[in-house]
Design a binder for this molecule. Structure first.
Ligand code: ZN
Length: 494
């Protein structure tokens, strides 16, 4: 067949455009900057005006910030008749920052001794109240949630699914995957980002330094192919000397409303200095080439989870098995990343559906929370019939399909196995193609648990917590959700 010369040159032209496009894009990667304000002081009325002034600062520049608003703050704005503040905030992105923030018990306090399911229910019950207020006052659902102070809980993530909030945005060390955005419990999460979390102080020198630091990090991220910078403040800190909750609720104090004290304020000159410093910093960033401001509402579309875009092929299964042989962690399939839990589900399906030497061409994927609990007594060694392994794999798939959660154990011949050992054993069987006879149990450790902080006093250093507060059981529960951890990959700009 003879190809028409015009068609031929059109194909050449098209392919060269396609060739040029991605490379020219990667030469000019975008650095996204999210400004967010924890809007929480419902005691000092002047904090309302501070929030308004900041909200308008963004609107005047045709850009948006994200205001994470406390439910009680939304309520008092309405009670005080501050429609002007509500309207100014509504020109920006509206997000959520707990029902009462610092009135005890805060989320980590009431979740401290609860199990997974109780903790999810309790979070929905208590924090659902403020979210409802926020929705009524602003007429939209929150774009993201971030905890009050250091009051982080793993169960809040399952509640966010229920609240239809797709993003967790804050800055806290409870979970951290290499200082970059990641997935935890199926929720896109942005917490500590290393030097990509930044801000300016209030003096001229500090602004100069902060602008230089912004330029440095911007350059670094551009070299990395783009990324996100997180900049956060509280509107109240532009006008106060001390936080509203520090003066009332420190170290477990819980005075009645009638005894709440107003926090001390900055002089009006100091307030102006703070707003002006921030405005200079904002202008430096807004006018910076290669920068795009993003709100929490836009962030999920920058980090799509491609895990579910197509089925898992036999090739993918081999990659999962090899990764698990090496270490139990998330799996990079090239065009998408699976969590260890997603890998285990896929492997289990593959094994369960294999019959007489023939294997399924592909299996589907399903999201599952990490297990809610862990069995105390477990099988730890030995050889097991292949059929028993297969049956346990089918049982695991059934459990996930039923509960959207990994079971606490895999039951092989009536004995409970740790999921880590089961995943490792499946990986060896699949990698070695040993699909019959006796299978030796392999032992494994879930490496992604290292991304979840150990319970330690400094993890709970928030001044609002009662003296000596910690939450060992809650961090154990969080570690089991390490099955869901995987990096979030930035969409290439085009
Ligand atoms: Zn806060």
């Amino acid at each position: 067949m003879k190809i028409h010369p015009f068609l031929f040159s059109a194909v050449i032209l098209l392919s060269s455009i396609l060739w040029i496009l991605p490379s020219s894009c990667s030469e000019n990667p975008v650095v996204y900057v999210a400004f967010w304000f924890d809007t929480e002081d419902y005691i000092l009325p002047q904090a309302d005006d501070a929030a308004k002034r900041l909200a308008e600062m963004f609107a005047e520049r045709n850009v948006q910030a994200t205001f994470k608003i406390v439910g009680e703050k939304a309520r008092v704005l309405e009670e005080r008749g501050r429609d002007d503040v509500i309207l100014a905030l509504a020109k920006n992105d509206i997000a959520y920052h707990a029902t009462n923030h610092s009135i005890h018990p805060t989320p980590a306090e009431y979740s401290r001794d609860l199990d997974w399911h109780e903790g999810v229910r309790e979070f929905i019950r208590r924090e659902g109240i403020g979210l409802k207020t926020l929705q009524q006052v602003f007429g939209v659902n929150a774009s993201c949630y971030g905890q009050a102070g250091g009051s982080w809980t793993p169960q809040s993530y399952a509640a966010l699914h229920k609240f239809q909030i797709p993003l967790y945005l804050d800055a806290t060390p409870h979970v951290n995957l290499d200082d970059r955005p990641f997935w935890f419990c199926g929720i896109l999460t942005i917490l500590e980002l290393g030097d990509c979390v930044m801000r300016t102080g209030w003096t001229n020198d500090e602004v100069k330094q902060a602008c230089a630091e912004f330029d440095r990090v911007h350059q670094k991220l551009t070299r990395e192919g783009g990324g996100i910078i997180s900049i956060y403040y509280h509107p109240c800190e532009f006008i106060h000397e001390e936080f509203w909750d520090g003066v009332n609720f420190s170290r477990g104090a819980n005075p009645p409303r009638s005894e709440w004290k107003l926090p001390p304020m900055k002089s009006s000159q100091e307030q102006e200095q703070a707003f002006n410093a921030f405005e200079t910093y904002l202008d430096h960033i807004v006018k910076h080439p290669g920068v795009q401001l993003v709100t929490a509402r836009e962030i999920p579309s920058l980090y799509p989870d491609r895990a579910y875009t197509r089925p898992i092929t036999q090739n993918d299964i081999r990659t999962i098995a090899r990764t698990f042989q090496d270490q139990l962690s998330y799996i990079d399939l090239g065009d998408r990343i699976l969590s260890a839990g997603e890998g285990l589900y896929a492997l289990s399906q593959f094994v369960a559906k294999s019959k007489n030497g023939s294997h399924p061409a592909e299996v589907s994927l399903k999201f599952a929370y990490g297990p809610a609990s862990q069995p105390l007594r477990i099988a730890s060694e030995g050889s097991f019939r292949w059929e028993a392994i297969q049956q346990a794999a089918q049982d695991l798939v059934d459990a996930v399909d039923d509960a959207e959660q990994l079971p606490s154990a895999a039951w092989v011949d009536g004995r409970p196995w740790r999921l880590e050992d089961f995943a490792k054993t499946l990986a060896y069987a699949v990698a070695d193609e040993s699909y019959s006879g006796d299978i030796t149990m392999q032992q494994g450790e879930l490496r992604t648990m290292d991304y979840v902080a150990d319970n330690a006093p400094d993890l709970w250093g928030w001044v609002i917590f009662p003296e000596g507060f910690d939450a060992p059981r809650m961090m154990e529960i969080a570690k089991r959700q390490a099955w869901t951890i995987k990096p979030a990959r930035l969409r290439l700009s085009n």
